[in-house]
Design a protein around this ligand. Structure first.
Ligand code: NAD
Length: 433
């Protein structure tokens, strides 16, 4: 099939590369000229494992191309995916400006029947707005579909190629669009993953429901960890015991420094707001967000109570991206933690395998960004583990002790064993243990 993807970010580029990999002809559109120039020159604007190879191969085999010219891409395609950002507005609602701008431009450029698929995460009612916007620009026939995306950064290709399910919400009664979408996703669901067909409003809510449920599990476990600390219990035992219950399951039960990323907080806030707009107060989600904000400051509070005063202390940070295997620092807990440390007068030396450029854009020279993990430890009074990259799991502990001024580790991701760390002579503080 001939497909245009508008918005070549973490979602749009993965989608473009994966559809091209299955033999479709893809044109990725973005208004960011530098991004398109980088891709055309064979470079990558983002880090996502395996993506560079996939994009490179499909670009070389001429199934995947890049442009800033939306009209040209629309005219060459039968299906258009909208995969632009939907950032939170000041009141928490999802800002639909980019989505509706694209809908308008697609409407103006269309020359024949098209399916316009909304991939961006958008509140209930957006498919109708997209439909109305396009209808205001064209007399050509078209279909609008809501197709929320569930990929995880860091494992995006695997998630897209082998989804747990594909959700397709059809706007109106439109069997033609349903057939096209079934055919498009056929190759991705051969392993038996369901294609769930539904109305557009339900599809739009699916994505918010999934992210909100996951965020709720994290906040629940963070509160559980805090109670474990007060009660002298170990959250690891509690986590394993409840995770073994098949009704609960063991995923997403790890306490830490709070969730981050461009989606969880934004989507929880958007669901709270769109519920409120319909007269419903979504109390659980209000607490989920509040707990998450509080959790981000807990590790710094632990440092404060250990050192009494952080003025002039040097704190090493391992991990800046919001999760391992990405360079993305959007809403990363590391941002709140570092700002808090700087406000208390501490010096920060930080290292991340992929997020150094993102951190430089955020902090400039207010912190020292190190090229290697051990460089960050030089003269540090303490180390804080903020993102659980694999390379931090088995470090050379004696080298760490030699480099640090004090052998103190605040582990925001519980990646080491407390007994082992104490046996090695570290003062070790983790979450809920
Ligand atoms: P992103 O910021 O990485 O990419 C969005 C891209 O859209 C940018 O490159 C931007 O320049 C481009 N853009 C904006 N307006 C445009 C326009 N008018 N014309 C052409 N290009 C335009 O965002 P993302 O992380 O890929 O997320 C996109 C959407 O997908 C969001 O709604 C998000 O909530 C959702 N989503 C994201 C993830 C994720 O893991 N990142 C997962 C599932 C769903």
């Amino acid at each position: 099939m001939k497909i245009a993807v508008v918005g070549t970010g973490y979602v749009g580029l993965v989608l473009g590369a994966c559809f091209a990999e299955n033999g479709n002809d893809l044109i990725c559109v973005d208004k960011d000229e530098a991004k398109i120039a980088t891709l055309e020159a064979g470079g990558m604007p983002i880090y996502e494992p395996g993506l560079s190879e996939l994009v490179g191969r499909n670009h070389e085999e001429e199934r995947l191309s890049f442009t800033t010219d939306l009209s040209e891409a629309v005219r060459a395609s039968d299906i258009v995916f909208i995969a632009v950002g939907t950032p939170p507005g000041e009141d928490g609602s999802a800002d639909l400006q980019h989505v509706l701008d694209v809908a308008r431009d697609v409407g103006r450029a269309m020359t024949k029947y098209m399916v316009i698929v909304d991939k961006s995460t958008v509140p209930v009612g957006t498919a109708k707005k997209v439909h109305a916007t396009i209808a205001g620009e064209t007399t050509k026939p078209f279909s609008v579909v809501s197709n929320p995306e569930f990929l995880k950064q860091g494992a995006a290709i695997e998630d897209f190629m082998k989804p747990d399910r594909v959700v397709i919400g059809i706007e109106g009664d439109d069997s033609r669009a349903a057939d096209i979408m079934r055919e498009l996703y056929g190759p991705f669901t051969r392993t038996g993953a369901p294609i769930l067909m539904m109305d557009s409003a339900s599809a739009e809510l699916c994505k918010y429901a999934a992210n909100s449920m996951l965020a709720a599990r994290i906040s629940f476990m963070n509160e559980m960890a805090n109670v474990c600390e007060l009660a002298g219990a170990n959250v690891d035992h509690v986590r394993k015991a409840i995770g073994a219950d098949r009704r609960i399951g063991s995923s997403f039960l790890f306490p830490g420094v709070g969730y981050g990323g461009s989606c969880f907080s934004k989507d929880v806030k958007a669901l709270i707001k769109s519920s409120a707009d319909r007269g419903y107060a979504f109390r659980i989600l209000e607490a989920v967000e509040e707990v998450n904000e509080r959790q981000k400051s807990r590790i710094v509070c632990k440092m404060e109570s250990h050192f009494t005063d952080l003025v002039g202390r040097t704190i090493a940070i391992w991990g800046l991206a919001f999760k391992p295997r990405t360079d993305d620092m959007r809403e990363a807990p590391a941002i709140a933690i570092i700002e808090h440390l700087l406000a208390l007068g501490a010096n920060v030396r930080a290292y991340d395998p992929e997020a150094t450029s993102a951190a430089r854009r955020l902090f400039g020279d207010r912190i020292t960004l190190c090229e290697k993990s051990y460089d960050a430890l030089a003269g540090a009074d303490a180390l804080a583990i903020v993102t659980e990259w694999n390379e931090f799991r088995e470090p050379d502990f004696s080298r760490m002790r030699e480099l640090m001024r004090g052998p103190v580790v605040f582990d925001g991701r519980n990646i080491y064993s407390p007994e082992h760390m104490r046996a090695l002579g570290f003062t070790y503080v983790s979450i809920g243990r």
